[in-house]
Write a protein of this length. Structure first.
Length: 143
């Protein structure tokens, strides 16, 4: 079993698609290990997407990700990073395969419903960005 960091982005939360997306992910065998509804500050969105700083779409991306609440999730299953990326489909919904989350729920390449980590290393970094280790352990530890 391993983990990935997913975010249901502000467009999908605003359009009341969170439940449908969670149901889709649970049908795919992902277990929700942690979840939080958060409104990112500009500094947080800039830091989360630091790797894209300098790209033409970066200001719009930061603007969009701070435009309303989003729902970060820690998802677990075998081959979590690769399987999740297959389930969400291509970044641009126009290029996403039939039945993928972005094909079903995304509006555009910018407003594309969900985020997913792109490697195990980045999954660890991104999970830590939203969920402190002691909080994660406490969720599923002894009551
Ligand atoms: P994510 O990291 O959100 O899971 P991704 O890995 O498929 O998506 P990245 O290349 O990491 O895509 O880009 C991060 C995000 O930036 C994309 O999800 C999208 O919202 C936005 N983005 C990327 N390229 C463009 C573009 N050319 N025009 C508009 N938005 C873009
Ligand atoms: Mg990415």
């Amino acid at each position: 079993m391993n983990r990935t960091l997913a975010i249901i982005k502000p467009d999908a939360v605003e359009n009341h698609r969170s439940g449908a997306i969670l149901a889709h992910l649970e049908r795919e065998g992902f277990v929700v290990r942690a979840a939080r509804l958060v409104r990112l500050s500009r500094a947080e969105a800039e830091a989360f997407y630091e790797v894209h700083r300098g790209r033409a779409f970066y200001p719009d991306l930061v603007e969009f990700m701070t435009s309303g609440p989003c729902l970060p999730l820690v998802l677990e299953r075998d081959n979590a990073v690769a399987h999740y990326r297959a389930v969400i489909g291509a970044t641009d919904p126009a290029e996403a395969a039939e039945g993928t989350i972005r094909k079903l729920f995304a509006e555009s390449k910018g407003r594309n419903a969900v985020h997913g980590s792109d490697s195990d290393e980045n999954a660890t970094r991104e999970i830590g960005f939203f969920f402190p280790e002691h909080e994660l352990a406490g969720l599923w530890g002894q009551a």
